[in-house]
Design a protein around this ligand. Sequence first.
Ligand code: GRF
Length: 198
Amino acid sequence: MKKRVAILISGGGSNMIRLVQSMQRDPDHPATPCLVLSNRADAGGLAKARAMGVPTAVVDHRPFGADRQAFETELMMPLMDAKPDIVCLAGFMRVLTGEFVDYWRGQMLNIHPSLLPKYKGLHTHARALAAGDREHGCTVHRVTAALDDGPLLGQAHVPVLQDDTPETLAARVLEAEHQLYPAVLRRFAAGDTSFLDI
Ligand code: GRF
C-alpha cells in the first residue's frame, strides 16, 4: 500500500511540483500525492496541482488573525479528509503550533533553504553571503515544535560564487531543493530515515 502524501504550500509550489512528479512518474514509488493544501487562495501552485490531477484545498489564515489554534483547527479538516501518512511542508509560510506538529507524530517534513543548523528562519541566502560562506545549500528535516530544528533527513550543497547576490544564490539553492526533497521523500516513504547528503 503506497504512503499517502499531503503537501502544504503558500506560493508557486516549485518543490510541490517536483514531489508530485517524482511520485507520478515512477509506478514503483512508495508514495502517492493525496492533497495539495494552501493557506492562500492565490497560491500559484494550486492550479499546477489541479493540472496534475491532485486534489487541492485552501484554508485562508487571515480571518483567524493571531489565533493559530483556530486556523489549525480549520486546516486539519481537509487534511483529515485526505488521510495522509506523510505531510510535506513545501514553501508553506505559516509557523505551526507544537500541538499541530505533535499530532503528525514525526511524519511531517520540511525543506529549509540553508545547511541547518546554520541560518534558521528567514533571509538565509543574504545571511550566508554576509557571513562570507563559500558553501550554502538546503536541508530536509522532520518538523518539531521548534522552528527549523527537527532531525535532519538530508542536505544538498551548492557553491557560493564571487558575484552571487541573494537572488542568484537562492536560484541555485532552489535547483538543489528540487533534487533533494524528492530523493528524501522517496526514502522516507520506504521507511529509510538515514541521512542523505548530495
Ligand atoms: C523555497 O526556497 C523553500 O526552501 C522555502 O520556500 C521557498 C519557495 O518554495 N521553504 P516553492 O517554490 O514554493 O516550493
